[in-house]
Design a protein around this ligand. Structure first.
Ligand SMILES: [Zn+2]
Length: 107
């Protein structure tokens, strides 16, 4: 699939999720609402994974400190920060495997 189409799809799905969330909020409190909220949570989780896949294809770094993964944002030429957990990594070309977050997970 073309990356543009994939990115557009993720954007559309994101808007749909927001609309659905608002709809679920308006439902009366009963078991159906709980069911809908659970299904929505599952969809949101899958969406975040798809979003991370797109981000990876667009050369973004992915934060692996939590799941679903976070999309890291560039804070300097080689410094990336996860907006969710503030995890940072350095992707300086001389340090291709410098991932303190990954090393911490292995212990
Ligand atoms: Zn993170």
């Amino acid at each position: 699939m073309e990356i543009d189409a994939l990115a557009k799809g993720v954007g559309i799905f994101s808007s749909a999720l927001t609309a659905l969330k608002q709809a679920v909020d308006l439902l009366p409190h009963n078991s159906k609402k709980e069911e809908a909220a659970t299904a929505l949570e599952r969809a949101e989780r899958e969406f975040k994974i798809a979003e991370a896949e797109v981000a990876k294809k667009l050369n973004y770094e992915i934060c692996r400190k939590h799941f679903p993964p976070g999309i890291m944002l560039l804070k300097g030429e080689y410094n990336w920060e996860c907006p969710e957990c503030k995890n940072t990594i350095n992707t300086f070309p001389g340090l291709p495997s410098f991932r303190p977050d990954l090393e911490a997970d292995m212990t």
